[in-house]
Design a binder for this molecule. Structure first.
Ligand code: ADP
Ligand code: MG
Length: 140
């Protein structure tokens, strides 16, 4: 599924819809360059899960856990991971194969442990279509 957006609010709304429809145990990888809108999208997902606390990129931890919503929300950013063993240390399997929703940024760094049931979301710019244009591809 490909969705085009023309503002941060629209991207937020796409994330919100995904959060509303998400089933427990779903895993999504979130791909795209810096500044493309991954955090905006993730904040929408959190809203869709009825999470009220602020959601930002988990800069200093690999995973940020939000328990207050419709289901647990596990937001991973593995950009700074040094070794895949760090994933074992945080007990990643409890999240990836758990009853919450996982969003994993920079999943390409840990591809060997991404579950088969994970779905890929990619956000891209196309400057020919304008500065605020984004194409969001959600794998079926
Ligand atoms: P990332 O987390 O991918 O590094 P952010 O979500 O932090 O990116 O930032 C995206 C930036 O792009 C924000 O400043 C946002 O206002 C801007 N922006 C402009 N147009 C869009 C759009 N259509 N969708 C999402 N963000 C957009
Ligand atoms: Mg971000």
């Amino acid at each position: 599924m490909v969705i085009e957006t023309w503002s941060p609010e629209e991207t937020f709304a796409v994330g919100e819809q995904l959060g509303k429809e998400a089933k427990a145990g779903a895993v999504y990888t979130l791909n795209g360059d810096l500044g493309v809108g991954k955090t905006v999208f993730t904040q929408g997902v959190a809203k869709g899960l009825e999470i009220d606390e602020p959601v930002n990129s988990p800069t200093f931890t690999i995973v940020q856990v939000y328990e207050e919503g419709r289901m647990p929300f596990y937001h991973f950013d593995v950009y700074r991971i040094g070794d895949i063993e760090e994933m074992d240390e945080i007990g990643y399997e409890d999240y990836f194969y758990g009853e919450g929703l996982c969003i994993i940024e920079w999943a390409e760094l840990i591809l060997e442990i991404i579950p088969d049931h994970a779905r890929k979301i990619t956000i891209e710019k196309d400057l020919e279509k304008g500065f605020d244009y984004r194409r969001i591809t959600i794998e079926e």
